[in-house]
Design a protein around this ligand. Structure first.
Ligand code: UDP
Length: 356
């Protein structure tokens, strides 16, 4: 199979601006190559993704959908990188069996009927924009089976939930070390941006006095400064944004991961990364984490937006066996399992497009 992957247009791969979808793209690409398929990734200039061949495209980045309102019109900057990426895909489409689009943006959906080559669209976030919902819904009807998502709860944020293929996530588990004896510190992991609700994890650290290590892309500096001002004495440390190898080392040493999403988290790659290290996850019961965490066994699901719930769950961490966390990651989130699900989906789309 020859695949052309269209990356996120909000940032170069490797910068962390794309969030968890960068890791999903890497894992799917690596697994497809391991299985003997060939592929190229089309991505903004400056992108790096392991050893995977990348066609770098120049142009202005798109604004992230989560920082705009539901009814904001579609905005395309002058010399749009997304427009340029789609144009490149149009020119080379005859060389490929399938285009795999992970850009959470209007244009690739709109252009779907203009392409000869079949397109698989992977939607990496819940519903955020009326215009996106409308165009993706149209594709869901006109090209059945071509829309993939991470989880059922994510799909349910869209009017076309029933048409979505649930694909979950997965990891190269050999890159994550199991740590049996952690330090007392807790971890918080992710893009530092309002939809991630970091302030609640900091509030929990403030109440319990347990140190909190914060790792992730500093996406919204003003938001971070506001948290620091609100909790000047909280025992928290912003450690930085690290490549997977270092990140998992820091994460593995922690007693638990706190997940505090304000939005419907589509999946939460960080949840399965924590489990892979043997780190239980305490999360608000909202979105993807509700489909991953086994409440009371590999973490705790608590009432959303209630810091007291986080604090109470931290007090119950002794009940969790860290080995059970690693075992869940191995049983449900291996790279092989991820590869099987995506490959079956790709094959179904190609088959369907040949019948048309
Ligand atoms: N991450 C990383 N280094 C860090 C902190 C986070 O590479 O120091 C990555 C992490 O591996 C994960 C992503 O950031 O893949 C966050 O993804 P998630 O799915 O949790 O949320 P999203 O950003 O997509 O909303």
């Amino acid at each position: 199979m020859k695949l052309l992957l269209l990356s996120t247009p909000v940032g170069a791969l490797g910068t962390g601006l794309g969030g968890g979808v960068e890791l999903t793209l890497l894992n799917v690409a690596q697994e497809m190559i391991r299985r003997g398929h060939s592929l190229k990734i089309v991505a903004p200039q400056g992108s790096v993704l392991g050893e995977i061949p990348i066609v770098e495209i120049a142009g202005e980045l798109q604004t992230t959908a989560q920082s705009q309102g539901r009814s904001t019109p579609i905005v395309m900057p002058e010399n749009s990188v997304l427009g340029n990426m789609c144009d490149y895909a149009r020119q080379v489409q005859a060389d490929y069996d399938l285009i795999f689009n992970i850009a959470y943006d209007w244009l690739p959906f709109y252009l779907t009927p203009f392409f000869e080559c079949a397109i698989a669209h992977f939607i990496s976030m819940g519903s955020l924009s009326d215009a996106m919902d409308q165009i993706a819904g149209k594709v869901a009807v006109e090209f059945p089976g071509t829309i993939g998502v991470y989880t059922r709860t994510q799909a349910e944020t869209f009017p076309f939930a029933q048409q979505c293929r649930i694909l979950g996530g997965g990891l190269d588990l050999s890159l994550y070390d199991f740590v049996k004896e952690p330090s007392p510190a807790l971890a918080w992991l992710g893009r530092i941006a309002p939809e991630k609700g970091l302030e609640d994890a900091v509030a929990a650290a403030n109440i319990t006095g347990i140190p909190l290590k914060i790792l992730g892309k500093m996406q919204d500096e003003a938001y971070w400064q506001q948290i620091c001002q609100e909790y000047p004495d909280a025992p928290v440390e912003y450690v930085g944004f690290f490549p997977t190898a270092q990140m998992q080392q820091e994460l593995g040493k922690c007693r638990a991961l706190l997940m505090t999403p304000r939005w419907v988290e589509a999946f939460g790659n960080v949840v399965i990364e924590a489990l892979a290290c043997g780190v239980p996850v305490i999360s608000y019961s909202r979105g993807g984490p509700t489909e991953i965490i086994q409440d009371g066994k590999t973490g705790f699901l608590v009432e959303p937006d209630r810091v007291e719930g986080l604090v109470e769950a931290i007090g119950r961490l002794d009940q969790i066996d860290r080995l059970a966390c690693r075992q869940q990651a191995e049983a449900e989130y291996s790279l092989e399992a991820l590869g099987d699900r995506f490959l079956n989906w790709f094959q179904d789309i190609i088959e369907e497009s040949m019948n048309c």
